[in-house]
Design a protein around this ligand. Structure first.
Ligand code: AMP
Length: 421
């Protein structure tokens, strides 16, 4: 594995202000790994092959550069899409995905004030409304292959001026039997174009397609949290008992190489002290440690000389750590994306990894947001001997402020939060 030097914020990716403003509104605090790695190359016009699942942030990876390229085209020419032409074509396997992707694109585009027209077309609904929507063309068309071919054959849309082609979930598209439709469509788009291909897996059909279609592409394969090797669990605990529960779990399970996340540098030291009092030796890893010290701790942890490492989110991204057997959220991460970064540290190849979150009632609401954003839903469990003594009722939850935005959502507060890593 390599240490990534990918940009840590959206501004560094080279995105323009209408997009940056929208990302701030959407509270995207930093690019996901695929966004950080791919967006600069896509903006530079390169073809891309990306191994990425839903949940990785792949939609924004193609949608943001696509919108930017179209906005730039519009400012350089009076009209981009005259007639029934399309500039950006996104092919997806299902109608649900077509709607979802088109909604995301429209949402990212709000600060272009209607200048970028996005249309989605898919089967199972009347073709007439879609024909009407395509009158005058579209800047971006999100389509399932079958319905798109129907619309082309009735002259409702033309692909001769496509500048960017995106194949989203290419493996699903091919496994759903769209191979012939895809071949027909690919014959209709210009040879000279940018192509971006996203696929969770790379079976032979996808490899054949990429070889035929892509020109010297940038290749990005994410080390994603794989459901088959990663078990996520969440334990509800009494307020004030997290440390006892954690110590109990570490001792009972005799975990080796457990990575524990907290939200602030001083919380690392504080927790290490409390664990030490319970006979558990732990090292800390955070932004106040010099690079030399950080490297040494990490080396010792990797070598198995340290069983427990307590870290801030600085350890969640871009670090050269092998996959670990256990990752524990002692504090929940502020952003849902960070939850994925953190748990992605667990689940070594071929071995089952465990990603555990400890929540008390004050974390309850925030954990729900994390689940919702990451499209997961975990059963609330309790630790034997540490059962919660207060029922988590709606009234109790209503009495606390959501912890998602503990200090407001302003830039300053986010920076303050990150400064604590
Ligand atoms: P996708 O993998 O494209 O389906 O995206 C999964 C979810 O992550 C969607 O709900 C996006 O809105 C969200 N998302 C994408 N990028 C980011 C980011 N950089 N920060 C926070 N959330 C994001």
């Amino acid at each position: 594995m390599t240490t990534t030097t990918a940009p840590a914020n959206f501004t560094e990716l080279g995105l323009i202000s209408p997009l940056l403003a929208r990302l701030t509104e959407l509270e995207y605090q930093q690019p996901t790994p695929i966004q950080a790695q791919a967006i600069p190359s896509v903006l530079a016009g390169r073809d891309l092959i990306a191994g990425a699942n839903t949940g990785s942030g792949k939609t924004a990876t193609f949608a943001l550069p696509l919108l930017q390229q179209i906005a730039e085209l519009q400012s350089s020419k009076a009209q981009v899409s005259k007639g029934n032409f399309v500039t950006g074509l996104v092919l997806v396997p299902t109608r649900e995905l077509a709607k979802q992707v088109a909604d995301s694109i429209k949402s990212y585009a709000v600060h272009f004030n209607g200048a970028i027209k996005t249309v989605s077309v898919f089967g199972g609904v009347s073709v007439n409304t879609q024909m009407l929507a395509l009158r005058g063309g579209a800047d971006i068309l999100v389509a399932t292959p079958g319905r798109l071919l129907d619309l082309i054959s009735s002259n409702a849309v033309k692909l001769d001026k496509v500048k960017t082609l995106v194949l989203d979930e290419a493996d699903r598209m091919l496994s759903l039997g769209f191979t012939e439709e895809l071949a027909e469509l690919l014959a209709l788009v210009p040879k000279q174009k940018q192509t971006l291909l996203f696929s969770a897996t790379f079976p032979e059909e996808v490899q054949t397609l990429t070889q035929a279609l892509l020109n010297n592409p940038v290749e990005i394969q994410l080390q994603s949290a794989d459901a088959s090797t990663l078990v996520q669990r969440v334990f509800t605990v009494n307020k004030g008992e997290k440390t006892s529960v954690l110590a109990h779990l570490i001792q009972e399970n005799q975990w080796r190489q457990a990575l524990i996340f907290v939200n602030a540098k001083n919380a690392c030291n504080h927790l290490a002290d409390k664990l030490a009092k319970r006979g558990i030796a732990a090292e800390v890893f955070h932004g106040d440690k010099g690079q030399g010290a950080r490297t040494r701790v990490l080396e010792a942890f990797k070598a198995g000389e340290i069983d427990v490492l307590i870290a801030t989110d600085i350890a969640a991204r871009g670090l050269d750590i092998e996959k670990l057997p256990v990752v524990i959220n002692f504090d929940l991460p502020r952003s849902p994306a960070d939850y994925m970064h953190r748990i992605g540290r667990s689940g070594r190849a071929g071995e089952v990894g465990l990603a555990l979150s400890l929540i008390d009632y004050e974390d309850y609401h925030h954990f729900k947001i994390i689940e919702k954003k990451n499209k997961i839903r975990l059963e609330r469990e309790q630790v034997e001997g540490f059962e919660v003594n207060e029922e988590i009722t709606e009234a109790l939850l209503a009495s606390i402020k959501p912890v998602a935005k503990p200090e407001g959502t302003g830039k300053k507060n986010k920076k303050k939060y990150k400064d604590n890593w």
